[in-house]
Design a protein around this ligand. Structure first.
Ligand SMILES: N[C@@H](CCC[C@H](N)C(=O)O)C(=O)O
Length: 281
């Protein structure tokens, strides 16, 4: 007997979801995840997500392995997919699903809420901005990293760093389509200034409420969308005076809507989460 899985995606950022609610340890190893995520020899995905038992005052716990087997702290598109997965499981089991979930992650509490149109809005918590929190050596540990120079591929880039629990390095450019992401991405990811590696977003400001984004993800490479990256990019845009606190982020896989509340500093992300197919591996 194999392990049953369901594959979901958020704007083409795709994940294998496992019902791990009966035991606290992930059903498969990081090595298995590498094999399962392989697009030629496996199921194919950007990561594997485990719906685990609750911790503390939460409903469930989420863990994720990237397609290279590393374990990130958080995943924005993934948590929308996890909410949809849980709602689908609960509907089969009890005939109805909760309108929202309190989910424990390595980045703290996240709260996805189901929208009437099928999209999911997630309270992503508060961004972390200090260099030691990212982490990066680009500034003193208790300083923010806003519009500082970083040497990559024999060029100086002005970068801003934001942690959404996981680390992001954001660069504003005139034309995202002109960025050679395949060659630049790995050089940002493995730059010695980032001891835990980094997710890298290139952002083009079309209007203060509309940004275009391309992303190179730590542990996964080029993906069609990144939820934590879109949140980090909006925060970087606000910190650099380039965008509004509420904006649409256009990614290769589609659009996300992000709002950074002034009152409590929480970020809210709204976007789709869809079932692609189910199987057994
Ligand atoms: N695609 C995700 C982020 C997944 C984790 C990332 N690769 C990391 O290592 O931090 C998202 O939608 O946020």
């Amino acid at each position: 007997m194999g392990i049953a899985f369901r594959k979901y995606h958020g704007l083409g950022n795709d994940f294998i979801l496992l019902d791990n609610r009966h035991q606290p340890e992930p059903l498969i190893t990081p090595e298995d995840a590498i094999q399962w995520c392989d697009r030629h020899f496996g199921i194919g995905a950007d990561g594997v997500i485990f719906a685990l038992p609750a911790q503390g005052e939460t409903d469930y716990t989420m863990r994720i392995f990237n397609s290279d087997g590393s374990e990130p702290e958080m995943c924005g598109n993934g948590i929308r997919c996890m909410a949809k997965f849980l709602a689908d499981l609960e509907t089969v089991e009890t005939g109805s699903a909760r309108p929202h979930y309190r989910i424990h992650t390595l980045a703290g509490l996240m709260v996805p809420r189901m929208e009437p149109n099928g999209e999911v809005t997630v309270d992503m918590g508060i961004p972390w901005l200090l260099a030691e929190e990212i982490p990066t050596t680009l500034a003193a540990s208790d300083s923010k990293v806003i519009d500082v120079p970083l040497e990559v591929a024999e060029k100086s880039w002005q970068v801003t760093c934001v942690s959404m629990g996981n680390p992001h390095c954001i660069t504003f450019v005139n034309d995202v389509a002109a960025i050679p992401l395949e060659t630049l991405g790995p050089q940002f990811e493995h730059h010695p200034a980032f001891p835990k590696r980094i997710n890298t977003e290139f952002i083009q400001v079309v209007r203060p409420d509309y940004l275009k984004m391309r992303v190179w993800e730590r542990g996964a490479g080029i993906t069609l969308a990144c939820g934590t990256g879109a949140c980090a990019a909006l925060v970087a845009g606000v910190l650099n005076g380039k965008c509004d606190r509420s904006a649409t982020l256009e990614l290769p896989g589609g659009n996300l809507h992000i709002t950074w509340n002034e009152a409590d500093q929480h970020l809210f992300m709204t976007g789709p989460a869809e079932l692609a197919f189910t199987g057994e591996a």
